[in-house]
Design a binder for this molecule. Structure first.
Ligand code: NAD
Length: 348
């Protein structure tokens, strides 16, 4: 088992290893005295993993109650959020109790926001079961739900008390969901860790090491900028154009696939402009291919830029773009709209 310690507004451990779900009760009990544990999960993960978690929690002395949502992004909505809050109230959960988020990023974000707001904050254990949630959404404290006007528009910064990541859960994950998570894994390499890119290039990733490396990079960035006012924006490498690609496709293109395309486009633009070398672009394309991710999407620069304009990362007529400088190093570049449009057009 590998332990990564996050020291943000709350200090907590991220435990990563094979078979940890069976030990989740005893691992949690080291941080949270057994109490009522409200497990939030989705129907797919419920069928696969809830029983293992329930047994482990009950064996350690927790009383378990459960709330299950349908799987998928559509469930990250206000109705389920309110339904969870009502369920917690009806289950007489108190501030001495704990919520377990068992699932991918949808469950983690929704249960996380419920934890942040129910009784003004109850404790939270994240148990990520997708690669994306293991390397990204379960760590760092961003929680959110979607509103009719857009994704992640209501939420809170709320750090968990513990993250337990059982790498065995990835064995049941569909191939496209592994690719989805791999886009974020590749992203970490380009932001901070060129050597990691060499390891990824060899294929057959060792999940415990890969997840620990990604979580360590995210930990360093979150420790430095928990509330996303500067350095944390580096985690958006490839994401400005990815959001545009997702939007233009009516969200039919997966987030990971869109991030993969976004990384290619910004790297191509930067290579053409001389901000980075061609080798960065070639490496992004190679790694995308190796992990089943695309390198292009069929939208024009005009379509993408119109979608970028409505992206939430705009501030005061300027846009912050994350650009690669060299292998394993990205920097933030603040551009006015005309310059951003000119640069992005080079990448499409
Ligand atoms: N909070 C953050 O910092 C942050 C960061 C990145 C993404 N996100 C959010 O995360 C969400 C996406 O997360 P996701 O990609 O994990 O999607 P997800 O939670 O929808 O999971 C994807 C699918 O995999 C299924 N699944 C989960 N674990 C499984 C397993 N072990 N075996 C088989 N099937 C399994 C789920 O039921 C679901 O159908 C988005 O809502 C995004 O906004 C949040």
């Amino acid at each position: 088992m590998t332990t990564v310690t996050v020291e943000a507004s709350k200090k907590y451990n991220v435990l990563i290893g094979a078979g940890l779900l069976e030990k989740a009760g005893e691992l949690a009990a080291k941080v949270i005295t057994p109490c009522t544990a409200a497990v939030v999960t989705d129907d797919t993960v419920d069928a696969l993993y809830f029983e293992t978690l329930r047994k482990s929690l009950e064996k350690t002395g927790y009383t378990v109650v459960k709330f299950t949502i349908p799987h998928g992004e559509m469930s990250k909505n206000t109705e389920n959020y309110v339904a969870i809050l009502n369920f917690l109230a009806e289950s007489h959960l108190t501030r001495s109790d704990v919520i377990f988020a068992l699932g991918g990023g949808v469950v983690g974000d929704l249960a996380g926001f419920a934890s942040a707001s129910f009784l003004r904050g109850v404790r939270l254990v994240q148990i990520p079961t997708t690669l994306l949630s293991a390397v990204d959404s379960s760590v760092g404290g961003k929680t959110a739900i979607n509103l009719d006007s857009g994704k992640n528009l209501a939420g809170a910064f709320y750090q968990p008390d513990l993250v337990v990541c059982d790498t065995n859960c990835l064995e049941t994950l569909p191939k496209e969901q592994i690719s989805n998570g791999m886009a974020e894994v590749i992203k970490y390499g380009f932001i901070r860790d060129g050597e990691f890119l060499d390891i990824l290039q060899q294929g057959s990733p060792d999940w415990e090491n890969v997840i620990a490396r990604c979580v360590s990079i995210k930990r360093d960035i979150v420790n430095a900028d928990e509330f996303d006012t500067g350095e944390r924006q580096l985690l958006n490498f490839g994401h400005t154009l990815a959001h545009a690609v997702e939007k233009c496709s009516n969200y039919e293109i997966y987030h990971g696939a869109a991030v993969a395309v976004g990384m290619v486009m910004i790297s191509r633009a930067c290579a053409k402009k001389g901000i980075c070398g061609e080798e960065i672009l070639n490496r992004v394309i190679e790694l995308n291919k190796l992990y089943g991710l695309p390198a292009a999407a069929e939208f024009t620069a005009e379509e993408l830029f119109n979608a970028v304009l409505s992206d939430k990362k705009r501030s005061g007529g300027k846009i912050n773009l994350v650009v690669p400088e060299k292998m394993g190093k990205c920097v933030l570049m603040s551009l006015d709209m005309a310059s951003a449009k000119e640069l992005l057009a080079l990448g499409v």
